[in-house]
Design a protein around this ligand. Sequence first.
Ligand SMILES: Nc1ncnc2c1ncn2[C@@H]1O[C@H](COP(=O)(O)OP(=O)(O)OP(=O)(O)O)[C@@H](O)[C@H]1O
Length: 375
Amino acid sequence: MFIKELKLTHYRNYETQTVQFENKVNVILGENAQGKTNMMEAIYVLAMAKSHRTSNDKDLIRWDQEYAKIEGRIQKHNSTVPMQLVISKKGKKAKVNHIEQQKLSQYVGAMNVIMFAPEDLNLVKGNPQVRRKFIDMEIGQVSAVYLHELSRYQKLLQQRNHYLKGLQTKRQTDRTMLEVLTSQLSETAGKLLIKRMQFVAQLEKWAQPIHFGISRGLETLTIQYKSSIEVLEEQDLSKIIAAYLEKFDKIKEKEIERGVTLAGPHRDDLVFFVNGRDVQTFGSQGQQRTTALSLKLAEIDLIYDEIGEYPILLLDDVLSELDDFRQSHLLNTIQGKVQTFVTTTSVEGIDHQTLKDAATYYVVNGSLANMEEQE
Ligand SMILES: Nc1ncnc2c1ncn2[C@@H]1O[C@H](COP(=O)(O)OP(=O)(O)OP(=O)(O)O)[C@@H](O)[C@H]1O
């Protein structure tokens, strides 16, 4: 799939901007603080209905305005799909094919993007929360059911924590409600866990040959899903639910004492190994970078495998950060099949071949122009 046209209204430092894009590499050039990242973020938000860099939607609205609007025409399976997202102080409204989507979980997935920005190195280096968010966002792109289960899980978790706090302070003494919530939580946790384990197996399958290639055949990447229960190989839902119930039964007193839920997908993590060693602890900067890049590139194949279309790739400020070998590896992976957006302050350090075949845009103070049309 690819974006044919993007229109921004009152988005960050853009007043109104309409731009046509081609199904190839699009380079967005500009000095610092002109609006390069804002443009990439707008494409990401159009797809995911949330930003990768702020959880406060109001930040996306131009300072002097009441709402922000992102509209896109997406070419997909031989048809053009209009998408629209309006962000106002009251909330978000999303449309696909001019039809308003009642739930954002139904909207997400109509368009698929993969963002690779400098902070994605935190995927390996950062805390478990970053990796959990990565898993949730990526599965969510291809599974509306997963997003639905995830929001159910979060609600149940909140209720359960609230109830545990009540027991802790002895405002509550009856534990019946705790049992009900534990059983509902265990069932939802089981469904999430199975999806996550399937995702991680696929991710490893696609990332392994990519990592092997980038490391010139020297490194084998493996990924382990770390769960708060003993993970069962056969991924049988009823057995997993039983394992959660058993776990909760064991830690019941501790949970009441602490007033929080101590097991479940909200505490899980991913561990990346290179040649059997934990990259977070033992990996060099280069190995961590290669791991993050391999995971992002693997997602291109993974999404294609799931939906039969390549996603759109957003490389924000990272291409010039990669050495020539990693750059050419990346470009070989996407060549001719993945619409790619690259932001940079300078073309220096970017592979010649990439620039030769690319469309170049220049952004100054919230205004984007196609360099060829300018000439
Ligand atoms: N809600 C907003 N309304 C208006 N302007 C905003 C808003 N949010 C951010 N900006 C402005 O957008 C500009 C930053 O744009 P952006 O982050 O896209 O920079 P960039 O071109 O990617 O620069 P760099 O190369 O430094 O990353 C800043 O001038 C900032 O003040």
